[in-house]
Design a protein around this ligand. Structure first.
Ligand SMILES: *Cc1c(COP(=O)(O)O)cnc(C)c1O
Length: 394
C-alpha cells in the first residue's frame, strides 16, 4: 500500500480512510452486513472470477474491516494488514500458513500460553517440532537451525519476565537461511517497536490489549508483505474463517486514534511505579525493560521507543503473600489481559502461565511470588498509593 501520512500520530487517525468516499462521514461507517448485492448475475460472476473488484461476502472483505487493515499496515510499515477475531486466530492463521507436516520451528523461550499450546498441538498432529531459545547470540540461533526449520517465532519483551530479544540480529541470521521471522508485537504496539523495520517478516498483535485499549474487544491483527498476506487471506483466513466482526473492527479504529497518547501515559506511569517499587522493602526482583540494570537494557533502548507499561515483580514471602497483596487492593483490578485504561494485576503461576509444568515455569523465572502488573492510565500517584497500602499489609 502507499502510505499517505508519515507521522505515526497522524496515521493512526487518518490512514486508510477518505471521508469523501463515505458521504462525508467523519467517523468510519460501521458496515454491519454479511453480504453485498450484485447489480446483475454477470457482475456476481465477474467478482467471483476476480475480474472486477468489489465486495462479495463479509468473510472475504468488509469496508470497515478494510480501513483497520490498511491502518495497521501503515503503522507497521507493512505492505498489507489483515484483521482477525482474536490474537490467537491471527497466530494460528500465520503459523498454519507457514508450516507443513514434519517441519521445525524455533521460538523465543517465553511464549504466550495459548501460542505454546498451539505449538504442542502442531507437534502432536503434524509432527512439527519446536525448540525454545533465548536467541541471544548469532551462534545460539544458528545452532538450532535445521534444513526443515520453517519459522522463527519471537515474542519480545517476553511475558512476564520482560527479557528483550534483539530482533535485528535474529532477522539477519534468519535471512542467511531464508527463514521467515514472525514477531508477536502485542506488548509494544507499533508505537514502541516496528519489527518489520528491523528486518523481520511478519508482525502479529493481540489487538485485545493496547491497540483496542479499552478492555471491550477480543481481536487480532497481522501485518507483513503483500504476497504472504494475500496467501493468508485466501487460505487460512478465508477457509478457517477466524475473521473479525465489523463492529469490533470499528471499536479498534476508535481505540487506535489515541494509541500514541495512551502509550506515552502507560510508559510514564510504569516508570514512576517502577521507581517507587524499587525502594519498597516487600518488593523483590523487579522485571522492567526500563531498568538501567536490566540485563537487556541496551537492546531495549535501541529497538523500543520507550520501555512499555508492563512490570513484573516478586513479593518477598510466599505464594500466599502474593495472593494477599492482590486481595488487599482497592481499585487496581485482579484480572488477566493488559493494556487497558484500568491498572490490572495478575498472578502468572496460577493464571496466565498455569499450564506450564512447574519445573519449566520456575526455570522461566515464574515463581509463586511473581506478580504481573499492567500499569493503567490512572494518576500514577493513585496507582502507587493502592499498591503501597496493599504491600504494607503483607
Ligand atoms: C493476549 C495475547 C495473545 C492472544 O490474544 P487473544 O486476543 O487473547 O486471542 C497473544 N500474544 C500475546 C503476547 C498476548 O498477550
Amino acid at each position: 500500500m502507499t502510505k499517505k501520512y508519515n507521522r505515526f500520530e497522524t496515521a493512526v487517525i487518518h490512514e486508510g480512510y477518505d471521508a469523501k468516499e463515505m458521504l462525508g462521514s467523519l467517523s468510519v461507517p460501521l458496515f454491519q452486513t454479511s453480504t453485498y448485492v450484485f447489480d446483475s448475475a454477470e457482475q456476481g460472476e465477474k467478482r467471483f472470477a476476480g475480474e472486477e473488484t468489489g465486495y462479495i461476502y463479509s468473510r472475504l472483505g468488509n469496508p470497515t474491516v478494510n480501513v483497520l487493515e490498511e491502518r495497521i499496515a501503515a503503522l507497521e510499515n507493512a505492505e498489507r494488514g489483515l484483521a482477525f477475531g482474536s490474537g490467537m486466530a491471527a497466530v494460528s492463521a500465520v503459523l498454519i500458513a507457514l508450516t507443513k507436516a514434519n517441519d521445525h520451528v524455533l521460538c523465543s523461550s517465553g511464549l504466550y500460553g495459548c501460542t505454546y499450546g498451539l505449538f504442542m498441538m502442531m507437534k502432536e498432529k503434524y509432527n512439527i517440532a519446536s525448540d525454545f531459545s533465548m536467541l541471544d547470540s548469532r551462534e545460539e540461533i544458528r545452532s538450532y537451525i535445521k534444513p526443515e526449520t520453517s519459522v522463527i517465532y519471537v515474542e519480545t519483551p517476553i511475558n512476564p519476565t520482560m527479557q528483550v530479544i534483539d530482533l535485528k540480529m535474529v532477522a539477519e541470521v534468519a535471512k542467511e537461511y531464508n527463514i521467515p521471522v514472525v514477531v508477536d508485537n502485542t506488548f509494544c504496539t507499533p508505537y514502541l517497536q516496528r519489527p518489520l523495520d528491523l528486518g523481520c517478516d511478519v508482525v502479529i498483535h493481540s489487538a485485545t490489549k493496547y491497540i483496542g485499549g479499552h478492555g471491550d474487544v477480543i481481536a487480532g491483527l497481522v501485518a507483513g508483505k503483500k504476497d504472504f498476506l494475500d496467501s493468508v487471506a485466501m487460505t487460512t483466513q478465508k477457509d478457517i474463517g477466524g475473521i473479525i466482526s465489523p463492529f469490533d473492527a470499528w471499536l479498534l479504529i476508535r481505540g487506535l486514534k489515541t494509541l500514541p497518547i495512551r502509550m506515552d501515559r502507560h510508559c510514564d506511569n510504569a516508570k514512576e511505579i517502577f521507581s517507587k517499587l524499587k525502594s519498597h522493602p516487600k518488593a523483590d526482583k523487579i522485571y522492567f525493560p526500563g531498568d538501567v540494570n536490566h540485563s537487556n537494557y541496551v537492546i531495549a533502548n535501541q529497538q523500543m521507543k520507550a520501555s512499555g507499561g508492563m512490570i513484573s515483580f516478586e513479593v518477598k514471602g510466599s505464594k500466599q503473600d502474593a495472593q494477599n497483596l492482590m486481595n488487599k487492593l482497592q481499585f487496581i483490578k485482579v484480572a488477566v489481559s493488559l493494556g487497558d485504561a484500568e491498572t490490572l494485576i495478575e498472578h502468572p503461576a496460577t493464571m496466565t502461565h498455569a499450564v506450564i509444568p512447574e519445573a519449566a515455569r520456575l526455570e522461566m523465572g515464574i515463581t509463586d511470588q511473581l506478580i504481573r502488573l499492567s500499569v493503567g492510565l490512572e494518576a500514577w500517584e493513585d496507582i502507587w498509593q493502592d499498591l503501597e497500602q496493599a504491600l504494607n499489609q503483607i
